[in-house]
Design a protein around this ligand. Structure first.
Ligand SMILES: [Zn+2]
Length: 233
């Protein structure tokens, strides 16, 4: 997705989440650890999907429920808030509570559009040959360069940042590099879910039980297969 489309995509996403009864049309600071997010309505049931989690989900943290390791079948994800990140814009609520999407001040960017697991780095895979580059690993130099170039680029041209593959030598947009372990993505629009037991929702994004939730979250976004990134905080 290009930056030209980001505003419309984010605004449509907000409208869709409100219209489907997922979020309240207001910003609140008590549903997340960041400045504010849209609160998920308490009567929204679309996230109440059960998934059988593996005992060893990616990231290495074991799931323990009620002291019984591996008994994962009774965990419901609880989503309390949703942030809709748009590079170059931030959400604002006026005195009457009307929500608008405002351009960032030049010297106050609200986000860079880089989503990754803050614990322990990440690996990104070449979209052409599936070769991984690990942050801090052998080919980290070119990954570092691409991440730096992305951050330094003006908002509208971040999407032109290319990362050449050390294996097949083909360059692809940083946005096209994905992570098998679901711990890295670059892009102009991102949704951040706040809550508990979210791994049950995101561990198997392709699982049919999760489809209704992804349908309402992703809607008609241009990219039919959103990158799923999880972070522990
Ligand atoms: Zn490659």
């Amino acid at each position: 997705m290009s930056w030209d489309a980001a505003y419309d995509v984010a605004w449509k996403c907000y409208r869709r989440l409100v219209d489907h009864g997922v979020i309240l049309p207001t910003l609140r600071s008590d549903v997340c650890l960041s400045r504010s997010a849209f609160p998920v309505r308490e009567d929204y049931r679309g996230f109440d999907r059960l998934n059988d989690l593996p005992n060893h989900p990616p990231g290495g943290s074991r799931i323990v429920v009620g002291g019984h390791e591996g008994k994962n079948s009774n965990i419901y994800p609880i989503v309390t808030g949703i942030e809709i990140h748009v590079v170059g814009f931030h959400w604002q609520s006026d005195a009457a509570g009307v929500i608008t999407l405002q351009p960032d001040a030049v010297d106050e960017p609200s986000g860079e559009g880089l989503f990754f697991n803050f614990e322990g780095g990440f690996r990104a895979s070449c979209p052409h040959c599936d070769t991984d580059i690990e942050l801090g690993g052998e080919a980290t130099g070119r990954l570092d360069d691409a991440l730096t170039a992305w951050c330094k680029a003006p908002v509208a041209s971040k999407g032109q940042t290319a990362l050449p593959c050390p294996q097949c030598s083909r360059a692809a947009s940083l946005q096209a590099w994905r992570s098998r372990e679901q711990d890295f993505a670059a892009g102009y629009v991102g949704l951040q879910l706040w809550g508990q037991h979210l791994l049950t929702l995101i561990y198997q994004p392709d699982h049919p039980a999760n489809q209704p939730a992804w349908d309402v979250l992703g809607g008609d976004m241009v990219d039919p297969s959103p990158a799923v990134v999880y972070c522990n905080i």
